[in-house]
Ligand binder design. Structure first.
Ligand code: FPP
Length: 246
């Protein structure tokens, strides 16, 4: 069997949380096949499956995927509708696998703004897998970091106004507790595919000290081997969190 970069990965120094910006579905479909954007999104599901599987196999407890941003609502209605249909279908098909592999499905973002069918399917899948312990797969849906921080700020202000909270008790930990990722550690590694080197309003608070990894591969081309490459690259870095290592 061909050797894999997997053999070089130090299993004792794995990241606990990997966040991914899945990008390049549309360009992949057009450049490689002259097909429409939905062809790319549909093929992107395989990369979602491979990445989730790789995380579960390695024992990385948290994976967070940027599946639909607040800004994505501005795409043509046909594409938004088709993406929502793909999401519903994928959740329906994959929930059994998630359940059997002890994976909890979680969502962050303004999920109430999703079409009812999508929202209902998501809630059902999250309920079914809520006690699973091996890994948490979080989908960022109708998500943007500025939206999340705005919502957290409103709720903090309400709690101060109602007397539940003292202004002096507002600190980083408290703000963290008001974010949608309150029960998830900050990402150690953020991966973005497609060669773009931007954060695009993703987990802005949470990635303060994350390592960033950009690959030119389009998302439908991303697979386990590409994922291992990102982890290996991450393991070669020295994380100092602003301090000096002795
Ligand atoms: C970015 O590619 C991708 C998205 C906006 C959607 C990602 C969706 C999937 C991978 C399919 C389903 C996902 C789940 C979790 C079931 P792009 O369209 O922005 O590509 P481009 O930059 O080349 O136009």
């Amino acid at each position: 069997m061909a050797s894999s970069i997997l053999d070089k990965i130090d299993k004792d120094k794995l990241p606990k949380h990997i966040a991914v910006i899945m990008d390049g579905n549309g360009r992949w479909a057009k450049e490689r096949f002259g097909r429409n954007r939905m062809f790319g999104h549909a093929k992107g599901v395989k990369a979602v499956r491979e990445t989730t599987e790789a995380c579960a196999e390695l024992g990385i407890p948290y994976l967070t995927l940027y599946a639909f941003s607040t800004e994505n609502w501005g795409r043509p209605v046909e594409e938004v509708g088709a993406l929502m249909d793909l999401l519903i279908k994928t959740i329906q098909v994959e929930t059994k696998q998630l359940y059997e592999n002890n994976i909890r499905l979680n969502a962050i973002g303004n999920i109430e703004s999703l079409p009812k069918k999508c929202y209902d399917g998501l809630i059902e899948a999250m309920n079914k897998t809520k006690d699973n312990q091996h890994m948490t797969l979080t989908l960022a849906l109708s998500y943007s970091a500025r939206w999340e921080i705005t919502e957290a700020t409103k709720r903090i202000a309400q709690d101060v106004q109602s007397g539940k909270l003292e202004v002096d008790s507002i600190n980083e930990q408290l703000i963290n507790n008001y974010l949608s990722t309150w029960n998830i550690p900050d990402p150690d590694l953020l991966i973005r595919t497609s060669g773009e080197q931007r954060i695009s309003n993703y987990l802005l608070w949470q990635i303060a000290y994350s390592e960033l990894y950009f690959t030119p591969k389009y998302w439908p081309e991303f697979n386990k081997e590409e994922f291992y490459k990102a982890i290996y690259d991450y393991q070669q870095r020295e994380r100092r969190y602003g301090k000096v290592l002795q």
